[in-house]
Design a protein around this ligand. Structure first.
Ligand code: FAD
Length: 270
């Protein structure tokens, strides 16, 4: 455990899907972060992992993290009983450049567990809704049961100032929505490519095809932003585990523009 790790009280845990839980953690003092940043969460005796902050940046006393249970540390975090403490250090990393999007359309594209790191940017854009033209959210999951934040998605869909398109790879008996992959949604929405800015997080194959679809529509490379997940251990730009070309993703990322990344990840690789 690092010296700057602080004990935060787990005030509430909310199950979002079969394998995903949102932890509401109370920091010892009001905590300020920018949308897109992450914290290092430490499960006692097991280990530490980077997890994006998934709540409203205006909320400084209860900080949300939405975690998919994929291995030892995330499993221990998801199983932590409310009332106990979790070690937290942060916030780390770069943030979604909401100012770059001002004056034009903002397109937010999420796949699976990619929605939580984008949710703070959605809250912030809605808080300052007059700064943007169209606001579009495109989100996909494997099945309807894997969709996160469904109540909130339904409320957002009801707004006249936000376009929400949701798709699943495979539907079920009750599903009446889109079936197909996230990049296909790009063709279903109206936006002005010359002024548009896009933020995206998701599996690399989703990001690869979404970047391609956006560039084909005419969105400039330096207005397409991706959050890159790589193995991250120190989060202090010391260990080098998260190096990608000249970038240490814990310090220079995780949010970078496609123009910055293009030399280091080809559309075939990302
Ligand atoms: C900047 C950043 C932000 C992140 N934000 C979130 C978040 O908001 N919510 C969330 O659930 N997860 C997030 N992750 C991923 C999370 O850190 C990993 O799932 C976690 O480190 C896995 O650790 P583990 O011990 O539970 O599993 P392990 O036993 O280490 O791994 C289990 C499986 O997960 C895979 N895995 C391990 N690390 C990663 C990784 N970094 N990315 C993708 N797959 C991985 C392994 O290859 C393996 O298949 C983020 C990662 C980064 C780098």
């Amino acid at each position: 455990m690092w010296a700057d790790t602080e004990p935060w009280r787990l005030a509430a845990a909310r199950r979002e899907s079969a394998d995903t839980v949102t932890l509401g953690l109370e920091p010892p003092a009001p905590f300020v972060f920018d949308p897109g940043q992450f914290n290092m969460l430490y499960a006692a005796g097991i280990g530490e992992v980077p997890i994006s902050i998934s709540g409203d940046p205006g909320q400084r006393t209860r900080i949300l993290h939405t975690i998919r249970d994929v291995g030892a540390v995330t499993h221990a975090l998801c199983a932590t009983p409310p009332g106990t403490e979790i070690g937290v250090r942060g916030p780390y990393g770069s943030h979604w450049p909401l100012h770059t999007a001002e004056g034009g359309d903002l397109i937010i594209v999420a796949g699976g567990i990619g929605l939580p790191p984008l949710r703070p940017a959605i809250y912030q854009a809605l808080r300052h809704r007059d700064r943007y033209q169209r606001l579009v959210l495109l989100y996909g999951a494997r099945t309807p049961r894997d969709l996160l934040f469904t109540g909130e998605l339904a409320r957002w869909r009801g707004r006249f100032d936000l376009t929400v398109e949701v798709t699943v790879d495979v539907g079920d008996r009750d599903w009446r929505g889109n079936v197909g992959v996230v990049p296909d949604l790009i063709g279903r929405v109206t936006f002005e490519p010359g002024t548009a800015t896009a933020f995206m997080v998701g599996p690399e194959i989703m990001m690869r095809f979404t970047v391609r679809a956006l560039l084909e529509r005419g969105v400039p490379e330096d207005r397409v932003f991706l959050s890159m997940e790589r193995n991250m251990q120190c989060a202090a730009a010391l260990c080098g585990h998260c190096q990608l070309g000249p970038f240490l993703l814990c310090r220079d990322g995780p949010v970078l523009s496609y123009r910055q990344l293009a030399r280091w990840i080809s559309l075939r690789e990302i």
